[in-house]
Design a protein around this ligand. Structure first.
Ligand code: NAI
Length: 344
């Protein structure tokens, strides 16, 4: 099995090499992102491994198929950057559906705690000998209402954490689960009742800008928004307006609509050209991390473990448990994957 790993960072390689000791695959690690141009570097390889900000649109897929590549192994859960319809019938897509929902949910709470208790400001102040508390007032999370949009793996973990803090939890999800304790409401009710709103749904055409100007206008004044899911769930221009006019209490963001050229890279010696990002970074009621919610030892080890198991299944022409395709959701019980067969 010959594999090209795109967009490789030193930490990816470290965890992959440890896992590959069990498999002995022939791996080429590239720092470049996967794009239509770099796809040809996979010529003669069986599979490629890609990440959240790689461009896996139609042109890249065609270039990979021309290069003889049979499968794309996403080393992540989200796959909004893949043109699933175009890939269908041409190239198999596998992913890591669950590696550590705890990592992401815990990071969401870390961001909320930072923003609410203003530890990001306190840290800088005390190091500068400023021990004043002015401007650092927070609120008790206990007794407040957390509104969760998307109650999948990560949303459920985050709900448990919020319950542990003594918060009331309400949720919106078009596919609610029946756990006997989650109070589902419609989106409008969630927006108007929640003191904090946390996004845990995937980015799809239906959820693109789920928090747009109209949704933001329905949010309870002073509420905090947390986004550890995907940047384009929020209309950034509208978010900036609502942060400027004081209607929002703050935003805790691990993802950003236009993150793909910036996040995961050291841009500290450059002038940031993205004015919206620069504006967001200027607010003291915004805490922004660069897509690091997944970044724990446990998560990276699990990503490597499942990615290699996926690649082994591809090598062996075995059923692909973690295959995804554009018709998986639509086919319900008829989905071939549920019957141990590849999607096509
Ligand atoms: P999941 O698939 O277990 O859950 C997603 C939930 O969203 C499902 O319950 C689904 O019914 C719901 N949903 C679908 N459409 C919706 C809509 N229109 N409105 C509200 N809910 C909707 O996914 P999981 O593992 O919980 O991950 C959620 C997202 O978190 C991923 O799609 C990914 O974008 C993001 N993520 C971010 C990471 C980070 O490092 N920041 C790491 C891993 C995932």
């Amino acid at each position: 099995m010959k594999i090209v790993v795109y967009d490789t960072k030193q930490y990816d390689k470290a965890f992959f090499e440890e896992e590959n000791a069990k498999y002995g695959f022939d791996i080429k690690y590239l720092e470049s992102k996967l794009t239509p141009d770099t796809a040809r570097l996979a010529s003669g390889y069986d599979a490629v491994c890609a990440f959240v900000n790689d461009d896996i649109g139609a042109a890249t897929i065609d270039a990979l198929v021309d290069a003889g590549v049979r499968a794309i192994a996403m080393r992540c859960a989200g796959y909004n950057n893949v043109d699933m319809k175009h890939a269908f019938g041409k190239i198999h897509i596998v992913r890591v559906p669950r590696y550590s929902p705890y990592a992401v949910a815990e990071h969401a709470m870390a961001l909320l705690m930072t923003l609410n208790r203003k530890t990001h400001r306190a840290y800088l102040r005390t190091r500068d000998g400023n021990f004043s508390l002015n401007g650092l007032l927070g609120f008790d999370l206990h007794g407040k209402t957390a509104g969760i949009i998307g109650t999948g793996q990560i949303g459920r973990c985050f709900m448990d954490i919020c319950r542990g803090f003594g918060m009331r939890v309400i949720a919106y999800d078009p596919y609610p689960m029946d756990d006997g304790r989650t109070e589902y409401v419609d989106l409008q009710t969630l927006l108007s009742q929640s003191d904090i709103i946390s996004l845990h749904c995937p980015l799809t055409p239906q959820t693109h800008h789920i928090l747009d100007e109209s949704a933001l206008s329905a949010i309870k004044p002073g509420a905090i928004i947390i986004n550890t899911s995907r940047g384009a769930l929020i209309d950034t221009a509208a978010l900036i307006e609502y942060l400027k006019n004081g209607r929002l209490g703050g935003a805790a963001l691990d993802v950003y609509e236009e993150e793909s050229d910036l996040f995961f890279e050291d841009c500290s010696n450059q002038v940031i050209q993205d004015d919206q990002l620069a504006r967001l970074l200027s607010f003291n009621h915004v805490v922004l991390t660069s897509h690091q919610a997944f970044f724990t030892r446990e998560a990276l080890a699990k990503i490597a473990e499942v990615t290699f198991a996926n690649l082994k299944a591809i090598a062996d022409h075995s059923p692909l448990e973690n295959e995804i395709c554009y018709q998986c959701d639509q086919k319900g019980a008829q989905c071939p994957k549920k019957h141990g067969r590849p999607c096509f």
